[in-house]
Design a protein around this ligand. Structure first.
Ligand SMILES: [Zn+2]
Length: 239
């Protein structure tokens, strides 16, 4: 496991949709919260375009999915979630989203941000949903330069949010992983977190099997012995 030398007190995870965190980083989050680190979530959308129940009003789906994400967060020790309410399926990395993410960065003041990759991975097309690419692009732009630049989005200063420089970013779903986190001891908590998304998970046993296969595959890619589980990230220096 590669890790930074800097003390990490607060980590902010920024993703497009409810359940994105729980597929990609919830096991690592469980290790961080167990170590006493304050982890908080920022959800760009509330996932109202998810599922296939056409009888449910989309506003009701958003409410349901926010509740599911809140339960999933609790399963790995996270209690503070920021929902930005951008439209699911129509996320654009525009200045409004950059401002909204910058606001959360300035509120949370994290030493590490985790976000999705803005580079399309043609080997894992689900990881490269257009909302993920856009949310990632906006998150990186918020880390550098917007959140640290006092002259970017001047309304944020007027609201009382002082600039904050995030020194490093970890990307999920990127093709060039350079950090492997051992989640063997917390894989059950990751499974519980993902199973909290009941409106999306039709078969809880199948999703558990899938998660364990992926995590075992990550560990094998990292060169670890059988029986270990891992989540992989690309660490970027943003200092
Ligand atoms: Zn997603």
């Amino acid at each position: 496991v590669t890790d930074t030398e800097q003390p990490i007190d607060r980590i902010l995870v920024i993703v497009a949709h409810p359940d994105d965190i729980d597929f990609s980083v919830a096991g690592t989050v469980a290790t961080w919260t167990a170590a006493g680190i304050d982890v908080r979530y920022c959800l760009v959308t509330s996932g109202e375009a998810g599922g296939d129940d056409r009888t449910m009003a989309r506003a009701d789906m958003a409410t349901l999915r926010e509740a599911e994400q809140t339960a999933a967060a609790a399963a790995v020790g996270v209690t503070e979630l920021h929902f930005l309410h951008h439209p699911d399926g129509a996320v654009v990395a525009d200045l409004v989203l950059r401002r909204d993410i910058s606001r959360v960065i300035r509120i949370v003041r994290p030493q590490r941000v985790v976000c999705q990759s803005s580079q399309r991975n043609y080997d894992r097309i689900y990881a490269s949903h257009p909302d993920h690419l856009a949310a990632a692009e906006a998150a990186i732009a918020a880390v550098y330069p917007d959140a640290r630049n006092p002259f970017a989005h001047p309304t944020l200063l007027e609201e009382g949010h002082e600039p904050w420089a995030v020194p490093e970013v970890w990307l999920t779903g990127d093709v060039e992983a350079n950090v492997d986190v051992d989640i063997t001891d917390v894989i059950d908590r990751k499974v519980a977190a993902l199973q909290s998304h009941r409106s999306q998970v039709k078969d809880p046993d199948a999703i558990e099997k899938l998660l364990r296969e992926w995590a075992a595959g990550n560990a094998a890619d990292a060169g670890w012995p059988a029986g270990r589980f891992a989540e992989r990230f690309r660490r970027i220096n943003t200092q």
